[in-house]
Design a protein around this ligand. Structure first.
Ligand SMILES: [Zn+2]
Length: 659
């Protein structure tokens, strides 16, 4: 036996590195010893190598679950440049490309296959991958698995189940941010030993951390002072609500700061343009809701200011992590008080569906299914039941884990295209039967001013062709540059496995049971909000507390560059007493929303009304165009529970008034 492990030779010859870094070495050794592992490394510290190297030494295929197509493409380019047999199956591929990848995987020619978690919802793909021997499952952004963490992605919750079903012996979890409870949740779900969790440091020596206690009414002045005192420099100010972004950006502009608001309520073209100008240095200061930041890779951001409290410590850590990527000194400040707490709690409450809404979803399964299959457009169901899309997805996963439904596949319900070449020239590319099919396809796609919309039923009448053939043809036209193709309205198809649980008393019991899961999750989310305030009010070094929150015990005890180390322990101002609610005004603010609901035959429950008043967007607020009404968010500073108590009676009386 050679004293040099074989993988070090591979490391040198394939990847061109002489040695692994500390954390990487431990992870690679663990995997090659046949155990599962978790690697919790900061962004940019070589997480990917932890699976890429073992993949070349394990007997069978390594399957990688990646959350973003762009990340997948980057890693594939890297692997291909190193001559490693790696591929992805993703939505950007043609049918032929996918088939070729599947053939190569089946023949054992591939070492690494990358997919999105959604791919596993496809029954045919699951059957295919179940027929392939797999050595290792890699889960990137693995913290998405935990319901107790931030960024929970419901589909990730099914990965442990798939791992069992596919008989995959080893797992590697990769993430940049995970708290101790999230780590132990991940460990438990995948059976990873405590000693096989590898954590490297979070500590950033170039970030100066400040908690500035500040009553709500003084925040704007405090912010102006912070920004005006500094020379013009790349700055992100984070706020919670869209209207705050507009207000703060305007105030900054008034005092001569080159600022711009950025939030999800703006058109994507406008947002894109603002981001571009910020990247190029034409805008100094962005006032953003959390919609900003995902794609921002600007190395010289000198200041990150939280005007409102971040949503959680995880969000805070990610958001300040955008400062000083170039390693130069940068400042991170939070304007903190306890009043922002209500706003954050309200977001959590907004995500908990009512029992009646859960019952409505179960009822939909009972009555909209067809021969044991339930087809659902999330957007439609979300609107009909007034459950936000993320909790709705969570609910469907809970129903899957209960064994009530099982995913089969999904498809786009609507395809539309505009032509870039003339119809005649497109048809002229084909002969014989294919030409007849293309002619029928176009005949079945009536044109409005610019766009043709394919009518699958009409096509069936004309040719008796499967929809998959039509979709493949349109994909091909788009690939050739003859048309621009758009697909809309994703439809998910489920098998209904336990229809008996969707009726009567069993359905009620199921709704209660699932509601309880949401209530437990709600309590955990509220607890996380409070944990954040505890960190901001800490008496020990902020850098150290932050690292500790992420289970990293290697940060210095006294960083010397945080407000606590400078002797300023934050005394967060207590809640100022809120003015008593004026009944007359309260009722007046509710009326437009209730009237709009009655006008559209939407039932406005007390909870729905309370969410509107607390400024929590729901499907109903957009259906009723309610975010422009004066009452929207008027009571966002008040506790949700108090507002809900007031709305219960009002909502019950409302229909009688408007009829
Ligand atoms: Zn410190």
């Amino acid at each position: 036996m050679s004293s040099v492990p074989a993988y070090l030779t591979t490391l040198k010859h394939v990847f061109g590195f002489d040695a692994l870094r500390g954390g990487q070495q431990t992870v690679v050794d663990t995997l090659l010893a046949g155990r599962s592992a978790a690697a919790i490394f900061p962004t940019g510290s070589g997480k990917s190598l932890c699976y890429q190297l073992p993949a070349l030494h394990l007997p069978h295929l390594t399957l990688v679950i990646s959350p973003l197509l762009a990340l997948m493409k980057d890693q594939l380019d890297f692997l291909k440049a190193k001559g490693i047999a790696a591929a992805s199956i993703d939505s950007s591929q043609s049918y032929e490309q996918t088939r070729e990848v599947m053939r190569a995987v089946k023949q054992g020619e591939m070492r690494i296959l990358m997919i999105s978690v959604e791919r596993l919802k496809n029954e045919r793909f699951r059957q295919f991958i179940a027929s392939v021997p797999l050595s290792l499952l890699v889960v990137d952004e693995a913290h998405c698995i935990s319901e107790w963490g931030h960024n929970f992605r419901p589909d990730y919750l099914k990965l442990p189940l798939y791992c069992q079903q596919l008989n995959i012996g080893q797992v590697l979890l990769l993430t940049a941010t995970a708290t101790a409870p999230v780590i132990s949740d991940m460990q438990r779900k995948f059976g990873i030993a405590h000693s096989d969790v590898v954590i490297t440091g979070f500590y950033r020596s170039n970030l100066d951390l400040n908690v500035i206690p500040c009553p709500e009414s003084d925040k704007t002045e405090q912010l102006l002072a912070l920004v005006q005192h500094a020379p013009p420099q790349a700055t992100i100010v984070y706020v919670t609500l869209q209207q705050t972004a507009e207000m703060v950006a305007n105030r900054l502009l008034q005092v001569g700061v080159n600022a711009s608001a950025y939030h999800a309520g703006m058109d994507s073209d406008v947002r894109h343009d603002i981001q571009r100008r910020f990247m190029q240095g034409h805008i100094d200061c962005i006032v953003a809701t959390i919609a900003f930041g995902m794609g921002v890779d600007k190395a010289d951001i000198r200041a990150v200011i939280h005007y409102d409290l971040p949503k959680s410590i995880e969000n805070y850590s990610q958001e300040i992590g955008r400062a000083g990527r170039d390693g130069l000194a940068s400042t991170c400040s939070v304007l903190a008080n306890r009043q922002g707490l209500n706003v954050l709690e309200n977001f959590v409450y907004g995500d908990t569906p009512d029992v009646s809404a859960i019952a409505a979803v179960i009822d939909d399964i009972a009555h909209q299914q067809h021969q044991g299959q339930w087809e659902v457009m999330l957007l439609r169901l979300s609107r009909d039941t007034n459950v936000r899309q993320l909790p709705l997805k969570t609910l469907l996963v809970y129903l899957e884990l209960q064994g009530v439904i099982a995913p089969k596949y999904s498809y786009f319900a609507e395809y539309r295209f505009k032509t870039l070449s003339s119809i005649d020239s497109i048809v002229a590319h084909f002969t014989g039967e294919r030409r007849a099919f293309v002619e029928a396809l176009i005949a079945a796609s009536p044109k409005s001013r610019i766009w043709h919309t394919l009518d699958f039923d009409a096509l069936w009448q004309l040719t008796h062709s499967e929809r998959s053939r039509a979709v493949a043809a349109l994909d091909y036209f788009a690939e050739q540059g003859w048309i621009v193709l758009e697909s809309k309205q994703m439809t998910e198809v489920y098998q209904v496995c336990q229809p008996e649980r969707c009726h009567g008393a069993a359905a009620q019991e199921l709704a209660q049971q699932l509601h309880q899961l949401f209530i437990t999750k709600e309590a955990a989310d509220i607890k996380r909000v409070h944990a954040m305030l505890d960190v901001f009010a800490t008496k020990s070094c902020l850098s150290h507390r932050l690292a500790e929150y992420f289970a990293d015990d290697k940060a210095p005890m006294h960083c010397g560059h945080c407000s606590v180390c400078r002797g300023d322990i934050a005394q967060l101002p207590e809640l100022s007493t809120l003015p008593a609610i004026d009944n007359h005004e309260f009722n007046a603010l509710c009326q437009p929303f209730l009237a709009a609901g009655a006008g559209q035959n939407s039932s406005v429950s007390g909870d729905a009304l309370a969410r509107f008043l607390c400024g929590i967007s729901t499907p109903l607020t957009s259906t009723l165009k309610a975010t422009k009404m004066a009452g929207f968010g008027r009571y966002s500073a008040y506790p949700f529970a108090e507002i809900r108590r007031l709305t219960q009676t009002l909502a019950a009386e409302a229909p009688a008034e408007t009829h």
